[in-house]
Design a protein around this ligand. Structure first.
Ligand SMILES: Cc1ncc(COP(=O)(O)O)c(C=O)c1O
Length: 457
């Protein structure tokens, strides 16, 4: 298994050939899921005592398994938050794996962590947070939000030991991502949701605080604002919320997992004013910063607070604190110990292309949303539900029921043409099913959008 022999050479050639083919494919197959029973029928049992051989396993992967998986970078995949990693980043993901570096401690990964940190330095600079602010790459936005809230909660408890066993409260908006609720479950805190159809205002946060009972007010330790909601690309009133947090001694976290990339886009940068006052920020390079999965990031205003919350101790880890080996230990700032140096693909692509090309590619997503907004308005059977925000467009097919949206989605997806999923938009009467575009891929064209709208006729 670990031999260097002719089988290894053959397998390497197959793998690299496949990787080059896939990376250079400008129009990858969209892919459609199959039921597990169907896959079992097609693939059979692949794990056997003697092994089925690399050639057969790879053939099953190429002929069956990958076709039952969706290509997230397909130019007409505009559902959820798609992705569009640069070819350089994907190739460097192969290099990152081949290099076999443990990314938790400087002792083991100094050179690679140094590179990750240069990319991180750029991310931090986009936020405008003060000197000393820094962050770490995580497995995604959920892990970043979780890591930030653990740091916030520990900071709150450390300041008053009577809170050691107190269950905390977080305030956020109904537009916050589902991972906030999931994260709150993990750390066993309550969440107060401020109901809002649009951006969460600082005044609404103040009202929410004022409405709390004294006991609940004492349990409240953080507010989470969203810098680009997943559903509609809405950026909360970060400036107002930051001030409300300062006035009430609350940790201010900005979940910009999706929208944070737009900090690099001059056309919308002003919408994020106030993010520089955050105590922590989530930005996912695997969303709109063209990194392959999985790569999120959490940035702290005071990384020492994160270190206090996250640094692990154990006699087997003592060596990592020795003077000769000290440096930045990524494991000290988030929930994971052993980690791949997942920021390396982003670093390589940034270093190769330069940040200007990132700005251009992100601006293209915003431009595509504007183009789509115009096309939706010009088409007589569609209309905008709200103005496009960041790279999200919510729109209505006049006269359609929720079932119409669903069957349209499946029809386009099954035929391999496009994946555009319905979502819900809250209104005064409850909620309405509508359609949604989220543009990440700069290769998506105006024609793609026109063709998709034409299938709604
Ligand atoms: C605003 C926001 N926060 C958090 C997340 C969760 O990120 P991940 O899926 O990387 O854990 C998402 C995912 O879409 C998101 O849009």
């Amino acid at each position: 298994m670990h031999n260097v022999d002719i089988d290894l050479v053959e397998m390497s050639l197959d793998v690299i050939k496949y990787a080059i083919g896939r990376i250079s494919d400008a129009d990858p197959k969209l892919g459609f899921p199959k039921k597990a029973e169907e896959l079992k029928e097609l693939v059979g049992e692949t794990i056997t005592p003697a092994g089925i051989g690399g050639e057969k396993a790879f053939a099953l992967f190429k002929d069956v398994l990958v076709k039952a998986s969706i290509s997230i970078d397909h130019p007409r995949h505009l559902a959820f938050v798609p992705a569009s990693p640069t070819r350089a980043a994907v190739l460097f993901d192969l290099v990152t794996s081949a290099t076999s570096v443990h990314g938790a401690f400087w002792l083991e990964g100094a050179g690679c962590i140094f590179a990750e940190n240069q990319a991180m330095g750029w991310l931090v600079s986009l936020t405008g947070m003060p000197d000393g602010a820094f962050g770490v790459f995580t497995s995604g936005g959920t892990a970043a939000n979780l890591s930030a809230m653990v740091a916030a909660r520990e900071f709150w408890r450390d300041r008053d030991k009577s809170r050691q066993h107190e269950r905390g409260i977080i305030i956020t908006s109904s537009g916050a991502h589902s991972s906030i609720k999931a994260m709150a479950k993990v750390i066993d805190v309550d969440v107060v949701f401020v109901e809002t159809d649009d951006r969460l205002e600082g005044t609404q946060v103040i009202d929410a605080i004022d409405r709390l009972s004294p006991a609940d007010r004492a349990r409240t330790f953080a507010v989470i604002a969203t810098g680009g909601t997943t559903n509609a690309g809405i950026i909360d009133d970060l400036d107002g919320i930051a001030k409300a947090c300062r006035a009430n001694d609350l940790w201010f976290h900005v979940d910009a997992a999706y929208g944070g990339a737009a900090l690099a886009a001059p056309s919308v940068r002003h919408l994020f004013q106030g993010i520089e006052m955050a105590d922590s920020v989530t930005i996912d390079p695997h969303k709109w910063l063209f990194s392959p999965y999985d790569c999120g990031a959490v940035i702290y205003r005071d990384p020492q607070l994160a270190k206090k919350a996250h640094a692990q101790e154990g006699s087997y880890l003592d060596i990592f604190s020795d003077e000769a080996t000290t440096g930045f230990n990524p494991s000290d700032y988030q929930i994971q110990l052993t980690r791949r140096v997942r920021g390396l693909p982003l670093w390589f692509s940034l270093a190769m292309h330069g940040t200007d090309r990132y700005t251009k590619a992100i601006e293209r997503g915003i431009e595509l949303a504007q183009i789509a907004g115009r096309l939706v308005s010009e088409t007589d059977y569609t209309e905008l539900v709200r103005e496009p925000s960041l790279s999200c467009v919510l729109f209505r097919r006049i006269g359609w029921t929720p079932e119409d949206y669903r069957s349209w989605t499946y029809k386009n997806h099954k035929s391999g043409f496009a994946l555009v999923a319905p979502t819900k938009r809250r209104d005064a009467n409850g909620s309405e099913t509508v359609s949604r575009f989220c543009f990440i891929n700069p290769d998506t064209t105006e024609k793609d959008i026109k063709d998709i709208l034409a299938t709604m006729a």
